[in-house]
Design a binder for this molecule. Structure first.
Ligand code: HEM
Length: 496
C-alpha cells in the first residue's frame, strides 16, 4: 500500500466518523426534543433541540427577556432547553424549592475557585451545605447585624458627602437655591455596596464611592470570569492565569487578625469566619475563608445595589409614591446628615418604606432569569406534566411575581400600597430571597443596607427623573444596567 493510499483511508475514516457522530447527535437531539419525556411541555422547539442555539441571547445577557416572551406565549411551565424547564406555577415552585427541597444543579460548580472546593452558595452536596450554613449563620444573625450597622453607616456617609459636594459645586440657582446635580445613582449605589462588603467582609472599606477604583473588586471580578471560563473551556486556564493577589491579601489579613487581642478585634463578618468551627472544632482554612468572602462580595454587592438603585429609579419616576414615602420618613426622622444617619431599629418599622422595597423586589427580583436552579433527584409531577429525575428546573420568580391571577390586574404596575393590605398579598407567591434551605443568608443584611440608603436619600434630597435615557438590563449571574448608568436630578430638600 502506498503512502497516499493510507492518507486517503484516514481521510475517509475521519469523514465516516464525523458523519456517524453528526447523525447520532442529530438523531439524539431530535429524539430528546420531539419524542423524549419532556416533549409534551410547551416552548420553542429550537430551544428543546439544542441549548447552543440560545447561546447568542445567553451571551448577550438577554435570555431573561426571551424567557419572558416564551412564558407570555405558552404559560407558566415552559421548556427552555433539552433538559431545562422554567416553572412559574405557584404550587410547583413550592414543591421544588421548599417541600422536596431538591439540591442545587451542578451548574453552580462554575462558581468555585477549584471544582471540588464547595462554598455556601456553590455547594451542591446537601450535607456540606447544612454544615457550612450552620457555621456561617452567626455572621448574619439579627443580633450580629447590630454590630455591623455602624460599619455600613460608615460607608454610606461617603455617599452623602459626595452628593452634597456635587450639589454644592454648582452655582447658586434662581431664588438662592442650589441647582440640581445630575447624579449617576446606579454607579454611586453600586460603589457603596462594594464598600459595605469591603468594610464588613474584607476587613476594610474599598473607598469605591470616593475614588471609583480598588484592586480587590477588580480581582474578584477577574476571578469570577476565570472560574466561569475555565469551567466551560478548560484550556482557558492557559491564557487566564490564576492570580495570587487575593490569596496573599487574605492570608496576610487572617494572620494579622489572629494575632490581635480579642478586646480590639473588629466585629465583622471576617471575624466570624475566622472564629467559626464545625462540629469537630475545626475552623476554616485561609483558602476557604477567601472562597467565602469572595462569594459574599459576588452574592452581596451586585444584588443589593441593583435592588436599591431600581427602587430609587422607580421612586424618581413615581413622584406620588416618593412624596408619600418622604412624608413617612420625615415624621420619623426629624434630621439627617452624614454624622446623623437613621437607626435600623427605627427604619424597619416604617410600613411604607418596607412596602416600597417589597414592591421593587416583586417587580425587579434579582432572579429575573429564575432562582435557585434545582436538579430533580426523582420523578415528579409539575402541573399536568410528568417530569423525570435529572431535569434541571428554574423556578420562574418573575412570572410568579407578576401573575395577574394572583396579584390582580395591576400586577405589572408599581403600587407599594398593595403591601399595606395583607389580604392583597397572595400566599407563596413572593420569593425575592429564594426560599427553603437555600434561601439568601444575607437577607437581613441586604434589607438593613437598602432601608438605610433609601430612607436617607429620600429624607435628604429631592429626586427628578430624566426621561428618555436608556433603561436596558442585561442578566448574567445577577441583573445589571447595561451601561452601568442611570442619571437622576438631585437637589437638597428645602426644609422651609
Ligand atoms: C437585595 C439583595 C439580595 C437579594 C435580592 C438576594 C437574593 C438571593 C437569592 C434569590 C438567593 C438564592 C440564589 C440561588 O441559590 O441561586 C441568594 C442566596 C445567597 N445570598 Fe443573597 N441576596 C441579596 C443580598 C445578599 C447579601 C448582602 C449577601 C451577603 C453579604 C448575600 C449572600 C447570599 C449567599 C451566601 C447565598 C447562598 C445561600 C445558600 O445557598 O445557603 N445575599 N440571595
Amino acid at each position: 500500500m502506498t503512502a497516499s493510499n493510507v492518507d486517503i483511508d484516514i481521510l475517509a475514516l475521519v469523514k465516516i466518523c464525523t458523519i456517524v457522530f453528526l447523525g447520532w447527535y442529530l438523531a439524539k437531539s431530535f429524539y430528546v426534543a420531539f419524542l423524549g419525556p419532556l416533549s409534551k411541555i410547551p416552548g420553542r422547539k429550537r430551544d428543546a433541540f439544542a441549548i447552543w442555539l440560545s447561546l447568542p441571547t445567553i451571551l448577550a445577557g438577554k435570555d431573561w427577556l426571551k424567557n419572558r416572551l416564551i412564558h407570555a406565549e405558552f404559560g407558566p411551565i415552559i421548556r427552555t432547553g433539552p433538559n431545562f424547564l422554567f416553572v412559574g406555577d405557584r404550587d410547583a415552585i413550592k414543591k421544588i424549592v421548599i417541600t422536596e427541597d431538591f439540591p442545587k444543579a451542578q451548574f453552580y460548580k462554575l462558581f468555585r475557585r477549584k471544582s471540588d472546593e464547595e462554598t455556601l452558595f456553590s455547594g451542591t452536596d446537601k450535607k456540606f451545605h447544612k454544615l457550612r450554613r450552620r457555621m456561617l449563620s452567626p455572621a448574619f444573625s439579627i443580633k450580629y447585624l447590630a454590630s455591623l450597622e455602624p460599619l455600613i453607616k460608615n460607608c454610606f456617609r461617603d455617599v452623602i458627602i459626595i452628593i452634597d459636594h456635587l450639589i454644592n459645586d454648582l452655582s447658586m440657582g434662581v431664588n438662592g437655591r442650589k441647582q440640581s446635580a445630575i447624579i449617576n445613582i446606579y454607579q454611586i449605589i453600586h460603589n457603596c455596596s462594594l464598600d459595605v462588603i469591603g468594610e464588613t467582609a474584607f476587613g476594610r472599606k474599598f473607598d469605591m464611592v470616593l475614588t471609583n477604583k480598588h484592586q480587590i473588586p477588580d480581582e474578584v471580578r477577574y476571578s469570577l470570569r476565570r472560574m466561569v471560563m475555565v469551567a466551560f473551556l478548560p484550556f482557558a486556564r492557559l491564557f487566564m492565569r490564576e492570580r495570587k493577589y487575593l490569596e496573599e491579601f487574605v492570608t496576610k489579613l487572617a494572620k494579622t487578625r489572629r494575632q490581635q487581642h480579642p478586646d480590639v478585634v473588629k466585629k465583622d463578618i471576617l471575624q466570624i469566619l475566622l472564629d467559626s468551627v464545625d462540629d469537630e472544632n475545626t475552623g476554616l482554612t485561609d483558602y476557604e475563608i477567601l472562597g467565602q468572602i469572595e462569594e459574599f462580595m459576588i452574592a452581596g454587592s451586585d444584588t443589593t445595589s441593583f435592588s436599591t438603585s431600581i427602587a430609587m429609579i422607580l421612586l424618581s419616576r413615581h413622584q406620588r409614591v416618593l412624596e408619600k414615602l418622604f412624608q413617612e420618613i420625615r415624621a420619623a426622622i426629624p434630621e439627617i446628615g452624614p454624622d446623623n444617619l437613621p437607626d435600623y431599629a427605627l427604619l424597619k418599622e416604617l410600613p411604607y418604606l418596607n412596602a416600597v422595597i417589597n414592591e421593587t423586589l416583586r417587580l425587579w427580583p434579582i432572579t429575573l432569569n429564575g432562582l435557585t436552579i434545582r436538579e430533580l433527584t426523582k420523578d415528579i409531577m409539575i402541573g399536568p406534566y410528568h417530569v423525570p429525575a435529572g431535569t434541571v428546573v428554574f423556578p420562574s420568580t418573575y412570572y410568579l411575581h407578576t401573575n395577574k391571577e394572583l396579584w390582580g390586574p395591576d400586577a405589572l404596575e408599581f403600587v407599594p400600597e398593595r403591601w399595606l393590605v395583607p389580604e392583597r398579598i397572595p400566599k407563596d407567591a413572593f420569593y425575592p430571597f429564594s426560599a427553603g434551605s437555600r434561601n439568601c443568608i444575607g437577607q437581613n443584611f441586604a434589607l438593613l443596607e437598602m432601608r438605610l440608603i433609601i430612607a436617607s436619600l429620600v429624607r435628604r434630597y429631592e429626586f427628578t427623573d430624566i426621561p428618555g435615557q436608556p433603561f436596558d438590563i442585561k442578566h448574567f449571574i445577577t441583573p445589571m444596567l447595561t451601561n452601568h448608568q442611570y442619571n437622576i436630578l438631585m437637589n437638597l430638600r428645602n426644609e422651609d
